[in-house]
Design a protein around this ligand. Structure first.
Ligand code: ATP
Ligand code: MG
Ligand code: MG
Ligand code: MG
Length: 472
C-alpha cells in the first residue's frame, strides 16, 4: 500500500522530472500579507510572483504545503466531523508555472500522474471547467480523451457557501482565475451527485485536484486586472488522494489518521473508532500543533483566537468522550512520529507545543465542566434557540467561544441567537468604555465585568475569573 509519505515523494519526483524546482512548505502564517489570516493554499507563498512584484530563480516549482482553512474566505472548521473530505489543517501538493507552461501541459501532466503513474481507473475520474473556458474543455475532450459526459461546465457560485465554483480566489482581493477540477467517483455506495448537480454536497464525488489558471488580480472594488503573465497554480489535497490510493473513502481512514485516531481512542478509552469526536480531535491536534510550531499562541484576538477556538473545540470533544483530565497535549508525540520527518519545524518545537497545549488545557479545564452543565440546562429550557445573552455568558464567563456554543447547538438541532450575542457584547464594551479603563484590546477579568454590570451577571459570577474571554 502507498503511504502518505510515498505519495508526497512520488508527487515531487514526478514534477522534478518535468523541470520543477522543489521548495519547502512555507509557514501557516503568511509573511507580509495583511489580507490573509492563514496560508490556505499552496499559492500563498507565491502571491507576489504572480503579481509580478517578485522574481524567483525558477519558472516551474512544486511543493507540499501545510495549509489551514479555519478563517477568512476559506473556512472549513464547520465541515470537520461532518464530511469525509474536509480538515482545518491539511497538506496540499502543488505545481506552478510562472508565465511558463499553461493549460495543456498542466492538464496533461495531472492526467498522466493520476492514471499512468498512480494507475487510477480513468472511468472513475471527472473534470469540471469554468463555463466559458472552451480551451480547457477542448483539452480534456480532444487531448486527454475524456468523454463529454464527464466534462462539466461550472460558473461562479455567487457566494453560495459550499457549491462548486470554477473561478478560484485566494481571498476577496489578489490573484485569481478560472480553474479546472478533477473529481474521483467513490461509487454508488455513497450519497451525492456529480459536481454542479443539486446534491453535489455529498461525499460520492470528491474533488481531488484543482488546476487554476491564474490570469487576474482582483482589487477591493472587484475590478480584474490581467496579471503580467498567465500562470498555473495547482493544488491537490494529500489526504484526499491518499484515501483514493489506499482504497478508503474518508480522509480519516488513511494511514496517518488511523494511527492518530488509534492513539486518541487509547487516551480517551473509546472503543468505537468511528466516533466523530475522534476525527475532530485528530484534525484539531494537527491544526493546533502546526499553528504553535509556526509561532501562534492561544489568545483572545486574531490568529491566536482561532487557535484557542480550535483547541477548545477539541477539548469539548474529549469531554464528550468522558475525559475529565488533560489529554490533548499527549498527542504531540504521536503526531511528531507521523509528521515530524516531513515537517522539521514540528520536530524541533514539539516540547514547546506540548507545553503550550497543556497550559491551554489547564486553563479551560477550570470552566469547561461548569459550562457544559450550563449549556445542557439551557438546551433543555430553550428547545429552539439559545438566547444571545446566555451564549454571551458562556463566552464571557466560561471561555466558550461563540462558535463552540453554535457547534454544540447544531448537534442538538438548535440555533443560537447571534444578534442577541452581539448586543450583549456591545453593551459590555460600552459599559467598559464608560468606566474608562478597558479600551484597546485589554483583557479584563470577568469579576470586574460583573461588578460593572451587576444586573446581567447575577448567578454566574461565582465561577468567573480564569475562563474570562472579554475582548474590550
Ligand atoms: P471542496 O469543494 O471539497 O471544499 P475546494 O474547492 O474548496 O474543495 P480548493 O480551494 O480548490 O478546494 O483546494 C485545492 C484542493 O485542496 C482541493 O481539490 C482538495 O483536494 C484540497 N482541499 C481543499 N480544502 C480541503 C480541506 N478542507 N481539507 C482537505 N483537503 C482540502
Ligand atoms: Mg472548500
Ligand atoms: Mg470545490
Ligand atoms: Mg476546488
Amino acid at each position: 500500500m502507498k503511504t502518505t509519505a510515498d505519495i508526497r515523494r512520488e508527487f515531487l519526483e514526478f514534477f522534478a522530472e518535468r523541470g520543477h524546482t522543489i521548495v519547502p512548505s512555507a509557514s501557516l502564517v503568511p509573511g507580509n500579507d495583511p489580507t490573509l489570516l492563514f496560508t490556505n493554499s499552496g499559492m500563498v507563498q507565491f502571491k507576489d510572483v504572480f503579481l509580478g512584484a517578485e522574481k524567483r530563480s525558477y519558472v516551474r516549482v512544486a511543493d507540499v504545503q501545510r495549509c489551514l482553512r479555519a478563517g477568512g474566505k476559506h473556512n472549513d472548521l464547520d465541515q470537520v466531523g461532518y464530511t469525509a473530505r474536509h480538515h482545518t489543517f491539511f497538506e496540499m501538493l502543488g505545481n506552478w508555472s510562472f508565465g511558463d507552461y499553461f493549460k495543456k501541459e498542466a492538464i496533461e501532466w495531472a492526467w498522466e500522474l493520476l492514471t499512468r503513474v498512480w494507475q487510477l481507473p480513468k472511468e472513475r475520474l471527472l473534470a469540471t471547467v469554468y463555463h466559458t473556458d472552451d480551451e480547457s474543455y477542448a483539452i480534456w475532450r480532444d487531448v486527454v480523451g475524456l468523454p463529454e459526459d464527464r466534462i462539466i461546465r461550472i460558473g461562479d457560485n455567487k457566494g453560495a457557501p459550499f457549491a462548486s465554483d470554477n473561478f478560484w480566489q485566494m481571498a476577496d482581493t489578489g490573484p485569481c482565475g478560472p480553474c479546472t477540477e478533477i473529481f474521483y467517483d467513490h461509487g454508488e455506495n455513497y450519497a451525492g451527485g456529480p459536481p454542479g448537480s443539486p446534491d453535489e454536497d455529498g461525499d460520492r464525488y470528491i474533488e481531488i485536484w484543482n488546476n487554476v489558471f491564474m490570469q487576474f488580480d482582483r482589487a477591493a472594488d472587484g475590478t480584474l486586472t490581467p496579471l503580467p503573465a498567465p500562470c498555473v497554480d495547482t493544488g491537490m489535497g494529500l489526504e484526499r488522494i491518499a484515501a483514493v490510493l489506499q482504497h478508503a473513502h474518508s480522509n480519516y481512514e488513511i494511514d496517518l489518521f488511523k494511527t492518530l485516531i488509534g492513539r486518541i481512542a487509547e487516551l480517551t478509552n473509546t472503543t468505537d473508532l468511528d466516533n466523530k469526536s475522534l476525527r475532530v480531535i485528530a484534525d484539531h491536534i494537527r491544526a493546533s500543533s502546526f499553528l504553535i510550531a509556526d509561532g501562534v499562541l492561544p489568545s483572545n484576538e486574531g490568529r491566536g483566537y482561532v487557535l484557542r477556538r480550535i483547541i477548545r473545540r477539541a477539548l469539548r470533544h474529549g469531554w464528550m468522550l468522558g475525559v475529565r483530565e488533560v489529554f490533548f497535549h499527549k498527542l504531540v508525540d504521536t503526531l511528531d512520529a507521523l509528521m515530524g520527518e516531513a515537517y522539521p519545524v514540528l520536530r524541533t518545537q514539539k516540547d514547546f507545543i506540548a507545553r503550550a497545549l497543556l497550559a491551554e488545557e489547564e486553563r479551560f479545564a477550570q470552566t469547561l465542566d461548569a459550562g457544559m452543565r450550563i449549556f445542557s440546562d439551557l438546551a433543555e429550557r430553550h428547545p429552539e434557540t439559545i438566547p444571545g445573552v446566555d451564549a454571551f455568558r458562556l463566552y464571557d464567563t466560561y471561555g466558550f467561544p461563540l462558535d463552540l456554543t453554535q457547534d454544540m447547538a447544531r448537534e442538538r438541532g438548535l440555533q443560537v441567537d447571534i444578534d442577541g450575542f452581539n448586543v450583549a457584547m456591545t453593551q459590555q464594551k460600552d459599559t467598559a468604555r464608560a468606566a474608562g479603563k478597558f479600551g484597546g484590546g485589554l483583557t479584563m477579568p470577568a469579576e470586574l465585568v460583573a461588578q460593572l454590570s451587576p444586573t446581567r451577571f447575577t448567578g454566574y459570577d461565582t465561577l468567573a475569573g480564569e475562563g474570562a474571554q472579554v475582548v474590550a
